[in-house]
Design a binder for this molecule. Sequence first.
Ligand code: KG4
Ligand code: ZN
Length: 335
Amino acid sequence: MAAILGIETSCDETAAALVTHDHRVLSSVVESSIDQHRAFGGVVPEVAGRAHLSTLGPVVARALDQAGLDLHEPDVVGVAVTAGPGLVGSLLVGLSAAKAYALAWDKPLVGVNHLEAHLFAPLLEDPDLSWPLLTLLVSGGHSLIVLQRGPGEYDVLGETIDDAAGEAYDKVARWLGLGYPGGPEIDRLAATGHADVLDLPVSMTGGDLDLSFSGLKTAVVRQTTARPDVAVADVAAAFQAAVAEQLLRKMRAALERHDVAGLALAGGVAANSALRAGVVALARENSLAAHLPSGAMCTDNAAMVAAAGLHRLSTSGPSDLGIPARPTWPLEEVA
Ligand code: KG4
Ligand code: ZN
């Protein structure tokens, strides 16, 4: 069956995937340059861009090969590529390559919004999603609560007013002397810590659905400076509990205002154990379905870009070969 090629290069993952119209993932290849960024405590844009340049060609060749397609004349319906938001130098590498493939193969090009792509991830593992869907999209760059009325139909109910959830994890991990990225390490340590050792605030307890994490990060710095004896695992547990509490309170508040059939998680922080357990419990309390993508589908990959590309191709048609990279591209501005 004909598939679309998806390409993702918005941050440090170089990825390519082939996905069919009925959302079967024929192949999904992800290479990360994360090892080159660890020493800097965060992704270095120029290093990421250079890594995409050397890695993308082989990654696309492997994805086509694993799907049984010929690199020179693949049976694809088009080429979908992340056009933003993301690091501009990284986006340009993926976009330029996607334009070249589309031109060489004479296939349509479709530029995809990276946030919309994350929202398609649950659909790839669970084709029977329950609509409308309340989705928490939490990653290193973004944190949003989205009401999805159907595939590609969104209302952004709330978003972070400062740091993204993953960014807060990474900053707190750095403060604690843990490695980068900090989310997985804090999540692991939190399992053995005692959250009640610190008294951290749950931010944004007011009525709206926006999120905030920078005050919590500052509270961690202040309280651990005053009490250097507190074990790192206890700090991790207290921080993780405060993040999950804020996110779950906001989802609960959204459920009071909107009728939905299911809850979903998306983005790198969706791999978080406390958040996953909390969303499963919240779904059960409200007799809703819970759609939690696997770890590989939570983090950046090209299968989700391909799925979003198929949707955009059928609803909005192909993109112009001149489409620019959009380092900033709010979900609200997606057609
Ligand atoms: O979606 P993603 O792969 O890249 C972006 O588009 O940002 O998300 C990466 C982020 C990082 O900040 C990382 O620390 C966080 O997701 N993360 C986690 C966990 N695994 C990854 N945060 C909390 N708990 C985890 N288990
Ligand atoms: Zn992402």
